[in-house]
Design a protein around this ligand. Structure first.
Ligand code: PMP
Length: 315
């Protein structure tokens, strides 16, 4: 997916034009994958002049924890990170849905894959981003021939750049074979997650998702969906999931910042349930989109509204 970025980014402690944010080819993170990132959506409100940033604090908290896993001290607290994101939103004055990409990385030019003593830095840039899967059509997904990385090799709990080879190789295989995406089993043979999203299934009215110990990224959308389901009186189980449960599930869906809430209607070319988007998926999807678009007051606390003034962009 080729994208054009919004004009201003945060780089080496200041807001600058994105084309000036450059790093050396010898950068440690580029050589060894020693970076961590976040992905955050900002939704254009129905009023047309507010961007609602979804669960900004939660994303920045996980970003900071991911950084800590590879010994990067951001030098800015969570509030500070949120302020930078808000200020960047104002400066860029977007007129569409957007995506923030905070990136913390070993910026030193040191040779050798180690963590201690290598300089760090962090950046945030933005791009316009709409839905990249249509929410109405279910996806056709395969169970990957690749396994999910395990916690004591590369922790999936951290959003670590180098770990995304695991996602890329999985997604690539799925697309080569004519699927939209794939679900990975972990090294213990249990279901973990999609290539870049969490997954949920429904069996006999119960919403089931692999636990945080199943080598998954602890998704913020996952957490939101679980809360939406519980609040709607839907029974929820976080437990190990077998591969063949996917074949007998009534419903399956993906959730994540990128995919949002997207139904899966085929798994390994078998229809999921009756092959149509199921009622629990539809219900959760509706609440999720109403929430992020500011149509409901119920989960307002998940949104950081940023008022956009067109004039600010010309500063
Ligand atoms: N798992 C992986 C591997 C991901 O890359 C993502 C996207 N960030 C998710 C799950 C979903 O996490 P979140 O809902 O926090 O975006």
């Amino acid at each position: 997916m080729q994208v054009s970025h919004l004009p201003y980014c945060y780089f080496e402690g200041e807001i600058i034009p994105i084309e000036d944010a450059k790093v050396s080819i010898a950068t440690h993170a580029l050589q060894y994958g020693t970076g961590v990132f976040a992905g955050i959506r900002g939704y254009l409100d129905r009023d047309g002049s507010t961007i609602n940033i979804f669960r900004l604090r939660d994303h920045m908290t996980r970003f900071s924890q991911s950084a800590g896993l590879i010994k990067i001290d951001l030098g800015v607290d969570i509030d500070g990170l949120c302020e930078i994101a808000v200020e960047l939103t104002r400066r860029n004055a977007p007129t569409s849905n957007i995506y923030f990409r905070p990136y913390a990385y070993k910026s030193g030019l040191d040779l050798g894959p180690t963590l201690r003593g290598v300089d760090n830095n962090f950046a945030i840039y933005l791009l316009p981003l709409d839905n990249y899967y249509s929410a109405e059509d279910g996806l056709s997904v395969m169970v990957s021939s690749w396994s999910r990385i395990q916690d004591n090799a590369i922790p999936a709990r951290g959003k670590i750049s180098g770990a995304y080879i695991n996602s890329a190789i999985t997604k690539d295989e799925a697309v080569e074979y004519g699927f939209d995406d794939a679900i990975l089993l972990n090294s213990r043979g249990k279901v973990s997650e999609g290539s870049a999203c969490n997954m949920m299934l429904v069996r006999r009215g119960v919403l089931i998702t692999p636990p945080v110990t199943a080598d998954i990224l602890e998704g913020i959308t996952r957490r939101s969906v679980l809360q939406i389901a519980r609040d709607a009186g839907i029974a929820v189980e976080e437990r190990e999931v077998d591969r063949t449960e996917l074949y007998v599930a009534d419903e399956i869906f993906f959730c994540g910042t990128g995919v949002q809430v997207t139904p899966v209607t085929k798994i390994d070319r078998r229809p999921v349930g009756n092959g149509k988007v199921g009622p629990i998926t539809s219900r959760i999807q509706r609440t999720f989109f109403d929430t992020v678009q500011g149509k409901t007051a119920e989960y307002r606390e998940w949104l950081t509204p940023v008022a956009i003034e067109a004039a600010v962009a010309a500063d």
